[in-house]
Design a protein around this ligand. Structure first.
Ligand code: NAD
Length: 281
């Protein structure tokens, strides 16, 4: 689906980004993975073969993002796909009075600043080519409240709106801009946010799947836990020419959470309400 295309994926050393990098290479693309962790990044691209490169970047630093895009164009001559995927967990919800404002800005710098810098530096390259697909990893936390910390939720809501803003401006240059909003996917992001070291969090993440399934049963109509593969497949479609008439959209990859509660939950509630009506005198 991506034969001959050149892609940049930020936050590509683990989780959704790492699986997306592998899938894009499998589908014929050359891929530049941007991430902070050099050892993991180099190991990953070595396993992906000669069409993969790693560039060490912090997406919260604009000059790093500029260098990532610059290196890609230097090495491969063009840029067809940018996946702004780097992310960190938000603050645990302990109530408004406990919000750490410094941490709030850090979360926004990574999620919102990283996306803005990515689009800013990819757009001129893609405009010259008159083609390109930019995809931002948002979250259902940006669509509905209560799932994630307020910093993370606000950042992801901003990512969804930034996506539309960029789409309406860049579409006239042949550039499509979309986002995906994953539901809870067992990856290392949860362990890292809880203070676990990154390598252990990444290695043990899939073991969380049964606990996720248990918790999500009353929220998600598709009852299994989502996987990085589920999100990577949506990213692949948005990256490819198969979605050439789709721009400015957010696709929830969430097993149905954003659509509403599983009907079985409503049926049980209706039964309880029915019993309350029946007991009226
Ligand atoms: P992950 O921790 O495996 O991946 C995030 C990656 O981003 C990591 O490799 C991390 O090192 C990197 N990163 C963090 N800050 C960075 C920075 N400043 N510069 C460069 N790289 C940085 O977790 P994941 O679940 O694969 O997360 C990928 C994206 O998906 C994130 O944007 C996350 O917010 C989003 N997301 C995840 C879930 C979920 O439940 N896992 C749900 C919705 C959205």
């Amino acid at each position: 689906m991506l034969d001959g295309k050149v892609a940049v994926i930020s936050g590509g050393t683990s989780g959704i980004g790492a699986r997306t990098a592998a899938l894009f290479v499998e589908q014929g693309a050359s891929v530049v993975v941007g991430g902070r962790r050099e050892v993991e990044g180099k190991e990953l691209v070595a396993s992906l073969g000669p069409r993969a490169r790693f560039v060490q970047v912090d997406v919260a630093v604009e000059s790093d993002v500029e260098r990532l895009i610059g290196r890609t164009v230097e090495d491969f001559g063009r840029l067809d796909i940018l996946v702004n995927n780097a992310g960190i967990g938000g603050q645990r919800q302990g109530g408004w009075s406990t919000i750490d404002i410094e941490r709030f800005w850090t979360v926004l710098a990574v999620h919102v600043g990283g996306v803005v810098a990515g689009i800013k530096h990819a757009a001129p390259v893609m405009t010259r080519q008159e083609s390109g697909s930019i995809i931002n990893t948002a979250s259902i936390g940006g669509l509905v409240a209560g799932w994630t910390g307020v910093d993370y939720s606000a950042a992801k809501a901003a990512v969804i709106q930034l996506t539309r803003c960029a789409a309406v401006e860049l579409g006239q240059h042949g550039i499509r801009v979309n986002s995906v909003s994953p539901g809870p996917i067992p990856t290392g992001i949860f362990g890292k946010a809880a203070g676990m070291d990154a390598a252990t969090a990444d290695r043990t993440a899939s073991q969380l799947a049964p606990a996720f399934e248990e918790v999500l049963r009353s929220h998600q109509s598709i009852s299994r836990a989502g996987t990085p593969e589920d999100v990577a497949q949506a990213l692949l479609w948005l990256a490819s020419d198969a979605s050439s008439f789709v721009s400015g959209q957010d696709i929830a990859v969430d097993g149905g959470i954003a659509a509403g509660r599983p009907i079985s939950v409503s049926v049980e509630e209706r039964k309880r309400l029915g019993a309350a009506f029946a007991s009226l005198t």
